[in-house]
Design a protein around this ligand. Structure first.
Ligand SMILES: NC(=O)c1ccc[n+]([C@@H]2O[C@H](COP(=O)([O-])OP(=O)(O)OC[C@H]3O[C@@H](n4cnc5c(N)ncnc54)[C@H](O)[C@@H]3O)[C@@H](O)[C@H]2O)c1
Length: 439
């Protein structure tokens, strides 16, 4: 899919036009939200900005979240949504056109595939999968049913990232061989130790519904509300945070998958609360001709929470959340210290060479100011609102957006490769023919 500044402006214009339009109730796309936790509440708020969407139903394993979802929908739209007892009831309901899947990761694939097979379009939160091979099942279901899948790494819908992609594709950075991306935090909340609602217990929490395909354990509220900390439901930093970074890198660099991944990390600080690492470093090598360093620690946040550096022969692009900076490269050759160690006669000859004079003399003894650095700050719609605009557009036009099942599979699979490398201490390869982790 082609992105340009113009197309982004058109998106903006079309979006404000659509916001002003009145949409007849029976023309609205009827959504149900499967999993109404913290993220789903943000998503519901973002979706309800769009008049062509309606949230007709909700389902969640904790009573308080269902209650708050109903309140949110009523307060925003003045309508009552239906509460389903189980996600399978949502899937069986023919009056629902599309679902949001915002449950913990171990549920995603099953819910997405069942919804697609029942003819629904699906917006699934990242990571699309809990295991790499699940991505192939989702892609197959999307292809066979012709339904839309969009994955929720909303960062790629920001004007910042659309512009960054354009600059990289137009060659403003020259050849990019190195990308650095990081996600650093230093709070309990940042490390996913979220508060547990005081009314949580066997009466209000459906533990069996939460566990689903993860196996059978006794009720554990920490696992229920802080599921990212446990391998049974999540891949930790890699699937929670690196997946966003990989989505952006694939989008900006027009890249598919790394051929090889090597990663190291450990659980050094938040030892009592989890069985996933709290610090990770990964190196990914792409056949398109570049490498990526991903890093994350939950021990320090002095560098910004999430950021990227794209290093090219002609310039550097720093991509933050809502902030873009470009610096041109100010390179100059300087071999003085090398030739000063040669015999005097050869050094003198070196400086008499016209090519050397052209390349090295103008810079000697001079400092200069390099012009052409630029900075942008993003203003306007929140990324999730724009991301939903694309989803609604796809539902209407039947053309998937860039972050479809394949893009979602690949970004999540990078995270699974990182985890496999940390677990095994080995390099993990991608099998391009299978479109899955190599054996
Ligand atoms: N795109 C983003 O920026 C972003 C941000 C945060 C979270 N997320 C993603 O959103 C998803 C949800 O994360 P969260 O932070 O909202 O977690 P959460 O724990 O707050 O919400 C998950 C909800 O799912 C419910 N649930 C569990 N099993 C269920 C089932 N079988 N049926 C119905 N409901 C069930 C739980 O009761 C809970 O309320 C995750 O995949 C996460 O990675 C994305």
């Amino acid at each position: 899919m082609e992105f340009s500044r113009r197309s982004f402006l058109e998106v903006g214009a079309a979006m404000s036009a659509s916001m002003n339009a009145t949409v007849a109730a029976n023309d609205r796309i009827r959504f149900a939200c499967i999993g109404c936790g913290a993220r789903a509440h943000e998503l519901m708020a973002a979706l309800m900005v769009h008049p062509q969407a309606e949230i007709a139903g909700v389902v969640d394993a904790y009573r308080g979240r269902r209650e708050r979802a109903l309140d949110r929908i009523k307060d925003t739209r003045g309508t009552m949504a239906r509460v389903y007892r189980d996600y399978r009831e949502v899937i069986a309901d023919k009056s629902i056109d599309a679902v949001i899947v915002a449950t913990p990761d171990h549920w995603h694939k099953q819910m997405v595939v069942e919804a697609l097979r029942a003819g629904k379009d699906v917006y699934c939160e990242k990571p699309l999968t809990y295991r790499s091979s699940e991505g192939l099942e989702v892609i197959q279901a999307a292809r066979e049913t012709g339904r839309i899948v969009q994955v929720g790494s909303q960062g790629m819908s920001t004007a910042t990232q659309v512009r960054a992609r354009q600059m990289i594709q137009e060659g403003r950075l020259g050849q990019v061989t190195m990308v650095r991306a990081a996600y650093n935090r230093n709070t309990a909340s940042g490390a996913w130790i979220y508060p547990i609602p005081p009314d949580a217990g066997p009466e209000t929490v459906d533990w069996a519904m939460f566990q689903g395909p993860s196996g059978k354990r006794e009720l554990d509220l920490a696992r229920f509300f802080r599921w990212r900390c446990y391998q049974d439901y999540s891949g930790g930093i890699a699937t929670d945070l690196f997946v966003h970074l990989c989505t952006t890198i694939h989008f900006l660099m027009d890249a598919k998958m790394p051929a090889k991944v090597m990663a190291m990390g450990g659980l050094y600080r938040w030892k009592d609360s989890r069985d996933v690492p709290d610090t990770l470093n990964a190196v990914l090598e792409y056949p398109e001709g570049f490498t990526v360093n991903l890093s994350s620690t939950f021990n320090n946040q002095s560098s910004s929470e999430a950021s990227f550096l794209f290093l090219g022969t002609e310039g550097t692009l720093s991509v933050g959340w809502g902030e873009l900076k470009y610096w041109p490269e100010g390179v100059r050759e300087d071999n003085r210290w090398i030739v000063e160690s040669w015999p005097k006669r050869l050094e003198a000859e070196y400086w008499r060479d016209a090519k050397v004079q052209k390349a090295e003399m103008p810079g000697l003894g001079k400092a200069r100011l390099v012009e052409g650095g630029t900075e942008w700050r993003e203003q306007g719609q929140d990324a999730s609102i724009v991301h939903f605009w694309h989803f609604l557009n796809s539902v209407q036009t039947r053309k998937p957006y860039w972050e479809d099942a394949v893009a979602g599979h690949h970004a999540a699979a990078c995270a699974h490769m990182v985890n496999q490398s940390v677990r095994t201490g080995r390099l993990v390869g991608w099998d391009f023919a299978k479109d899955d982790i190599g054996s």
